[in-house]
Design a protein around this ligand. Sequence first.
Ligand SMILES: Cc1ncc(COP(=O)(O)O)c(C=O)c1O
Length: 360
Amino acid sequence: MDRIHNFSAGPAVLPESVIREAQEDLWSHAGSGLGICECSHRSPQFDVVIDNARDRIHRLLGCDADQEVLFLHGGARTQFFMLPMNLLRGGRATYIDTGKWSDGAIDDAKLYGTVDVPFSSKSTNYDRVPGPGTLPAVPDGTVYLHYTSNNTVAGTEFHHIPDAGSAWLACDMSSDFLSRPVDGSKFSFIYAGAQKNVGPSGTTVVVIRKSLLEHCDTALPPMLRYGLHVKKGSMYNTPATFPIYVIEKVTAWIEAQGGLEAVEARNVAQANAIYGVVDGSDFWSGKAERASRSLMNVTFTTGDDDRDMRFVQEAAAAGLSGLKGHRSVGGLRASIYNAQTDAAVEALVSFMHDFEKRNG
Ligand SMILES: Cc1ncc(COP(=O)(O)O)c(C=O)c1O
């Protein structure tokens, strides 16, 4: 069967070449006669996979020698509590509240210390992120500053890195991980569920500074200790081998595309094509403030719930899937992560023009 165009917010579209390689490797990986899902995580065969995945992420993010890449379980949501459980320890943290996921992270952090929230766009339906230089200085004594670089639900994205002052900088990069050049060395802690830009669901990439480990709580169950995961190379228990395998392939694909600059250029062109239609007539309106617009999740509406629903249904019938906005905000959302094809975006743009002609 032919594939349709996939605009899902995650799990999401993967590069075709990676899917085709994975098909082969499920049967026999790297000429071994063993399928990638059937080989031991402690085999030399898998060592190569996880080492390459780790190295490629480290390289793409421009990390330094103090930074370690981990593959952990429990989704990005587990990092909402694992980070403060390890590092907050009754202290003070600053969280920037730009959406459903930062809000969830704030709730979890409050279990482990005091949380300052100098900015929240909740009252305007999370339609914006703070601009550069608009936040008050992070108070002295703050352990870390946490923000969500891309807000998957509202369709907003930071286009700068907030200033954490002397606090550690922590970021939930789940939905724009490796989608553009980022100076990873500026961060003390990064986490990202794999299932948007780099792989299938089932593993969370964590990048942690080894110098943080001495500050982590060690009186925790082993699975919740960052230090142990670093020591064991993400192999304290069985890691999610297939997702890690796919991440290795996707990061190789990113490098083969010309790296993050090339990936970003395509992401910008695709986002501009859709925002161009949204801005091109009064029929559409964007949900996010212009300066905060996401390059990954374009949120928009026809201004009428029934018409939005019809758009979703007719688009699906035309082979364009996953365009319904998140249930908490409604409207429409086109997710255009790294592997989204130009053909899919062209098909969406053309469908939007057609829908507007018929309904405008
Ligand atoms: C920015 C962001 N953070 C966290 C999550 C939660 O991720 P998970 O389902 O991997 O726990 C999501 C899920 O969509 C997300 O978009």
